[in-house]
Design a protein around this ligand. Structure first.
Ligand code: MEV
Length: 438
């Protein structure tokens, strides 16, 4: 019978592992071995990882790979990607090479506004609340000045504070809807600190506002929190070339390829079932770079998918057209990223990732990440409308299948050679291995 444990966080790492393996893993010594196998031998580095979060008992590795040859605004990048899925880095690299010889990727940051809200309940005259808010606004800015001082020196700060009435959705519900510029930091702590200060002042000032009656004076703060929906923190990445240059496949003319490609994108624009998978492919690229550069991929995922549904139906994040014989393919995507703070200077691999990208500022990183998403999508759609994805995917997945069968180095070499001319499948790999093993 399992019992709840109290004070777990106070146990040492060894004690935590002990408790875990005894309680949930039949005290299997192998379990402990697996956990410890991933400990870093360098104690300081391990301690750093232990302290990133709570109750750490081991490290969880992901492959850290590189997609080279990305020509972005005429500058060459090798893009770091942290991802476990086979084919993703290969596809990105292929797309980079393809577009590298066709002018590369062009990017533009459209805006960098981030949002936070104080959600509150007010029971009373809306007119009076508006008058109160007009007087309150400068006081909010003044109270937040110690928090905003440094950010302002870096060119950021509070952009606007707006009172919004939302009483038809939730009874007596209003918001302070605030826009922020957080320059090179993702800005979550800055925004949340400002918002909590706003909430405190809102409550305090309302309590002593003479024109309010007792009920009106009693504003109730529901919550103060940034929004991960950032439809005004947008970057655009684009590729284009003439139809003549578009196809590198003898079976397709550029025109035929473009026709098939545009139709595939149109389907993703209009059919949510396809749009979700289409965008998932984009996120293969985006998440991998976001993760490698120590950014919050959950925030990015939430914001991107909300943006994909901004017009009332979930739709494609990429678009394509042919105009005057020129094929154009582009993405517009919200990316609230940071290149200072958080893990960016703490995690040695993240630091290295930033260095290999030339220590980008947040705007530059937005551009690089959007390019990774666009490249990934181009590669996926190109495969889907030509060979299908399984051919390439299974080839890349071969190593995983071989590892599942504990293939030796020699077996791997032989089968990699064999599958250069044969179709990979789980069952066929098993058959071929059996043949090799007699
Ligand atoms: C697989 O991880 C991603 C794809 O399904 C994306 C797509 O269908 O566009 C290949």
């Amino acid at each position: 019978m399992k019992e709840p444990i109290s004070g777990f966080s106070k146990l040492t790492k060894e004690e935590k592992i002990n408790w875990l393996t005894k309680t949930y893993l039949n005290a299997d010594p192998k379990a402990e071995e697996v956990l410890k196998q991933y400990w870093n031998k360098e104690e300081n580095l391990q301690q750093l990882h232990d302290e990133f979060t709570e109750n750490t008992i081991s490290n969880y590795y992901l492959p850290f790979g590189i997609a080279p040859n990305f020509l972005i605004n005429n500058e060459l990048f090798a893009i770091p990607m942290a991802i476990e899925e086979s084919s993703v880095i290969a596809a990105a690299s292929k797309a980079a090479k393809f577009w590298g010889s066709r002018g590369g990727f062009k990017t533009e940051v459209i805006d960098t506004i981030k949002v936070g809200q104080v959600h509150f309940i007010y029971q009373g005259s809306e007119e009076k609340l508006e008058l109160f808010f007009n007087e309150l606004e400068p006081k909010l800015r003044e109270a937040a000045a110690p928090i905003t001082k440094n950010m302002e020196q870096r060119g950021g700060g509070i952009k606007s504070i707006e009172l919004r009435e939302r009483t038809t959705e939730v009874e007596n519900y209003y918001q302070l809807h605030c826009n922020f510029e957080t320059v090179d930091s993702m800005g979550a702590n800055f925004i949340n600190s400002c918002l909590e200060k706003f909430a405190e002042i809102l409550e305090k000032e309302a309590a002593i506002w003479e024109d309010f009656n007792d009920e009106e004076r009693n504003i109730e703060i529901v919550m103060s929190i940034l929004s991960n929906y950032v439809p005004e923190c947008i970057v655009r990445a684009e590729v284009s070339c003439s139809l003549d240059e578009l196809s590198d496949d003898a079976n397709f003319t550029g025109e035929h390829f473009a026709e098939k490609f545009l139709r595939a994108v149109k389907i993703a624009e209009t059919e949510p079932y396809r749009a979700v998978t289409h965008n998932k492919g984009i996120m293969n690229g985006i998440d991998a770079v976001v993760l490698a550069t120590g950014n919050d991929f959950r925030a990015i995922e939430a914001g991107v998918h909300a943006y994909a549904a901004k017009d009332g139906q979930y739709s494609s994040l990429t678009h394509a057209k042919v105009e005057d014989g020129i094929f154009k393919f582009w993405i517009e995507v919200p990316l609230a990223l940071g290149t200072v703070g958080g893990l960016t200077s703490l995690h040695p691999l993240v630091k290295l990732a930033m260095e290999m990208l030339g220590k980008p500022n947040a705007r530059k990183l937005m551009e690089i990440v959007a390019v990774a998403g666009l490249a990934q999508n181009f590669a996926a759609v190109k495969s889907l409308i030509t060979t299908g994805i399984q051919k390439g995917h299974m080839k890349m997945h071969l190593m995983n299948i071989l590892n599942q069968h504990n293939a030796t180095l020699e077996e791997k070499e032989k089968l990699i050679e064999y599958y250069k001319t044969n179709v990979v499948s789980h069952s066929d790999v098993a058959v071929q291995l059996e043949k090799l093993r007699g």
